[in-house]
Write a protein that binds this ligand. Structure first.
Ligand code: PLP
Length: 340
């Protein structure tokens, strides 16, 4: 049965799988010197309309941690939302890989950071006893299922400029944000000052393998050493990069992002019809957060439904994926109604 616990419960999309088969065709050089890796880096330069430098790692935690470590000395700090994955879900990896940089959380609305929140963290102290803010990290789409529009990103950029901060974007669900915003990849990254994007592939339909995209080539100097030292340099990198070729071709990544979002729209509209239920955040990506009474949560669990209740600001998080089927939504709603 399909689940709404996380978008990484879903398997691989056919496009990625087809390219895995293709990449299995013969001998090619290892450690990213292969033609698939070269081609997908070129594709990213076209898609982002920018001469970016691209690396592949095994997961989002590594992507975020290594990208942040690039900018942070041990006495620096990273400003992010209190709900940010780097704060709540990475077991201190950003601090570990940066050898001690501290994560500082800022208040914001609906999972986003705004100018005031960033400013208040920066202005809290300015002396040597406070870890010096160096990076502001935004998640697109956010952990609460909202997105930053271009204006909201410009506010972050203004703060970054005023306080001399680099901008890191955790794009574990970047394709969902793109689909919602109808923006181009360039418009919501380097054109609003993003220095590095950790682009998630796993939740978008790959088996494994996220991309780290630096928009300033100088920032990427020696990042290959950082990947290797942390055990993140895939020797058969073609099996990561070829999957990416599969989902970038014919904009499959955007199609899947949009599909997941549309499923969440359907799920939200069904939940809204049930008077007793309270929805927590406006749906803007592929998740819906809802308060469910304890007996309903237990009843759904007894019927085999799995979901998370520890993400964000409480409530049950229901996540749609690249291959969520309409029947799964119907079945879930039927079981839910039966318990009310
Ligand atoms: C899933 C996710 C990641 C990456 O998690 P890994 O398990 O390390 O791949 C990063 N950021 C956000 C917001 C996520 O949802």
């Amino acid at each position: 049965m399909q689940q709404f616990a996380s978008d990484n419960y879903a398997g691989m999309c056919p496009e990625a799988l087809a390219y895995l088969e293709k990449a299995n065709g013969g001998h090619v050089p290892a450690y990213g010197e292969d033609p698939y890796t070269e081609e997908v880096c070129e594709r990213f330069r076209e898609i982002f309309k920018h001469d970016c430098e691209v690396f592949f790692v095994f997961n989002g935690t590594a992507a975020n941690s290594l990208a942040l470590s690039t900018y942070c000395k041990p006495y620096h700090s990273v400003i992010c939302s209190e709900f940010a994955h780097i704060e709540t879900d990475e077991c201190g990896a950003p601090e570990f890989f940066s050898h001690g940089s501290k994560i500082l959380t800022a208040a914001g609305e609906q999972g986003r950071l705004g100018y005031e929140g960033i400013a208040s963290v920066v202005h809290k102290r300015s002396d040597v006893h406070y870890p010096k803010p160096k990076v502001v990290s935004v998640t697109q789409a956010t952990e609460l299922g909202t997105v930053y529009d271009v204006n909201q990103l410009r506010n972050v950029q203004r703060a970054a400029q005023d306080f001399d901060l680099k901008i890191h974007m955790d794009g574990a669900r970047f394709a969902n944000a793109l689909a919602e915003l109808k923006a181009t990849p360039a418009e919501i990254t380097h054109e609003v000052g993003v220095d590095v994007l950790c682009l998630g592939g796993t939740k978008n339909g790959l088996a494994v393998g996220d991309a780290v995209i630096f928009f300033n080539r100088d920032d990427a100097a020696e990042f290959d050493y950082r990947c290797k030292q942390s055990g993140q340099l895939a020797s058969k990198m073609r099996f990561i990069s070829a999957q990416w070729l599969g989902i970038l071709e014919n904009d499959a990544w955007l199609k899947y992002g949009e599909h997941a979002n549309n499923c969440a729209i359907q799920l939200e509209s069904e939940l809204k019809k049930i008077d007793e239920l309270e929805l927590l955040f406006p749906r803007q990506a592929n998740s819906v957060f809802v308060n469910l009474p304890e007996h309903v949560r237990n009843g759904l669990a007894a019927k085999g439904w799995r979901f998370y209740t520890f993400i964000g600001a409480g409530g049950v998080r229901l996540m749609c994926s690249w291959n969520t089927q309409p029947e799964s939504i119907t079945n879930f709603i039927r079981d839910l109604k039966g318990l009310l």
